[in-house]
Every structure is written in structure tokens, then in C-alpha cells.
Design a protein around this ligand. Structure first.
Ligand SMILES: O=C(O)c1ccccc1NCC(=O)[C@H](O)[C@H](O)COP(=O)(O)O
Length: 268
């Protein structure tokens, strides 16, 4: 498995992701296989593309490298259901094990909420795309920061063949240009620089308007208040992906409802 080293804080995460993927491959006894299903990806993309509305992708993550522990919850199913009650359009499930304390089984646990699910992880090769189908996800995250052009192309092609939607994540103009070349369903601008963990919503404001029409525009990270969600809407986001603020909320359903109402009232 090829890892694109960045020489930054991201590398230890990529190394442990690769180690777990190799372990799963060994346990499985070879490369994963999966059947195509054109419906799964379409369901994810449609959920985010409600015209005139900002959609919320609510994230389940137990821990983050930048903040530390976010919850002691074992079963994330109840949380996923609370997100659904709050009006989330889709779920983002962190499946990385060592730095976020996630697990592929979390995708299964979250299924009972009945929402489309994104596997949020640091996918490194085609096999990791293919194995996502058995985990029950509808979409995969591909990160321009840790994949070269050939990896992006091959992993995008595998996702398309299986009917998985692709959320392609970028943090600067060069990554945006490379990401757009593989024709993603959704383009996410992450306000967090994954190499330094620094967050700047100005990056999202700068890059989102450069995403061509027809691609769902997602603002990711650093959205800690309803005002920031509205700010992202004004920058052109079709959807926001929110993790930490919802994980820290005592009542995530109520928080989501409040934020959605606030953005609805503040839109032109
Ligand atoms: O969350 C982190 O600290 C982090 C560190 C290094 C790489 C990735 C990281 N997070 C992944 C994400 O992109 C976020 O979980 C997601 O966008 C939600 O962000 P937030 O609302 O700020 O929790």
C-alpha cells in the first residue's frame, strides 16, 4: 500500500490507517469484492442537494487529534438517531481507529437512523473503497492532500463502478484543481489544514465559489455555531459538515434544529 508522506502531523494517522487496512485484508484472505448498486450514491447526493436549503451532514467522532476525547459513547446508533430527529440530511462516520477511536462497525450501528452515510476516513487505495460497500456506506471521502493523481483517478473510478458517491476534499487551489479533474459528486473544502490542524473558515470562503455548478459544495470543519453555518451558506455552501460542536452538545437534535432555523431565517 502506497502512502504519500507529507512530512507533517498527518503521517502517523496515514501509517496507522494503512496498518489496519493490511490487517483487514489479511483477515479477509484477499482483496474485497462488492456488488454495484447505483442507488446508494444517488441517495447521498440527493439528500444534500435540496435547492434553496443548507443541508447538514452530522458527524459521529469519538475523538479528534486536535481536541482529544469528545465522548465516551460506545454505540453511536442513538446519536445517529438524534441527528436524524434534528433534521440532518446525512451522516459522516469517522471509521479511523487509533486517532479518532472510530471503527467500521460504527457505520453499521448508525444505519438505524435511516440517513445516507459517508465513510469518513483516510482511504489510501482501491481496496479501501471496495471494502466500504460491506460497511454499509453510501459515500466515501477522498482526500487530495494524501492521494496522487493516479490514486484519485483509480479510487474515483472504483467508487463510480460500485455506485458509491465521492466527497472529494481539498484545502487549497492546487488540490481543488486536481480534485475537479476526477469529476467528484461533492466537493468539500476543509477549513482545517490536515497537516497542521489549523482551522480558517476564510479558506472555505475563498475556495467554495471556485467550484463549478453541478457539484455539491460542502463546507467542512470549524463550524462551531449557527453563525458560522450561515457564513458558509453565504459563501456558497450547499451543505455543512459538523463534528465537534454536535459531539459536545448535550442535545444534538435541539442544536441541529436551532442551527437550521437560524440559517433558514438568515438566508436571502
Ligand atoms: O478533527 C481533527 O482534529 C482532525 C485532525 C486531523 C485530520 C482530520 C481531522 N478531522 C477530520 C475532519 O475533517 C473533521 O472531523 C470534520 O470536518 C468535522 O470538523 P469539526 O466540525 O471541526 O469537528
Amino acid at each position: 500500500m502506497k502512502i504519500q508522506k507529507t512530512g507533517t502531523r498527518l503521517d502517523p494517522i496515514l501509517e496507522s490507517v494503512a496498518a489496519h487496512a493490511i490487517e483487514r485484508r489479511r483477515a479477509r484472505g484477499g482483496a474485497p469484492v462488492a456488488d454495484p448498486d447505483p442507488v446508494r450514491g444517488t441517495r447521498f447526493v440527493r439528500a444534500l442537494g435540496t435547492p434553496g436549503e443548507l443541508s447538514f451532514i452530522a458527524e459521529c467522532k469519538r475523538r479528534s487529534p486536535s481536541v482529544g476525547e469528545l465522548t465516551s459513547e460506545v454505540d453511536l446508533g442513538a446519536r445517529a438517531e438524534a441527528y436524524a430527529r434534528g433534521g440532518a440530511a446525512a451522516l459522516s462516520i469517522l471509521t479511523e481507529q487509533d486517532h479518532f477511536r472510530g471503527h467500521p462497525d460504527d457505520l453499521i450501528a448508525a444505519a438505524k437512523a435511516g440517513l445516507p452515510r459517508l465513510r469518513k476516513d483516510f482511504l489510501l487505495d482501491v481496496d479501501m473503497v471496495v471494502e466500504t460497500v460491506a460497511m454499509g456506506a453510501d459515500a466515501v471521502l477522498l482526500l487530495a492532500v494524501c492521494l496522487d493523481d493516479a490514486q484519485l483517478r483509480d479510487m474515483r473510478a472504483a467508487a463510480r463502478e460500485l455506485g458509491l458517491a465521492v466527497l472529494l476534499e481539498v484545502h487549497d487551489e492546487e488540490e481543488l484543481e486536481r480534485g475537479l479533474r476526477v469529476d467528484p459528486d461533492c466537493l468539500g473544502v476543509n477549513a482545517r489544514d490536515l497537516r497542521t490542524f489549523e482551522v480558517d473558515l476564510g479558506v472555505t470562503e475563498r475556495l467554495l465559489p471556485l467550484v463549478p455548478p453541478g457539484i455539491v459544495r460542502v463546507a467542512e470543519s470549524g463550524i462551531h455555531a449557527a453563525e458560522s453555518a450561515l457564513r458558509m451558506r453565504r459563501a456558497g455552501a450547499d451543505a455543512v459538515l459538523v463534528g465537534e460542536a454536535l459531539m459536545k452538545s448535550g442535545d444534538p437534535a435541539a442544536t441541529l434544529r436551532q442551527w437550521r432555523a437560524f440559517v433558514g431565517e438568515g438566508q436571502p
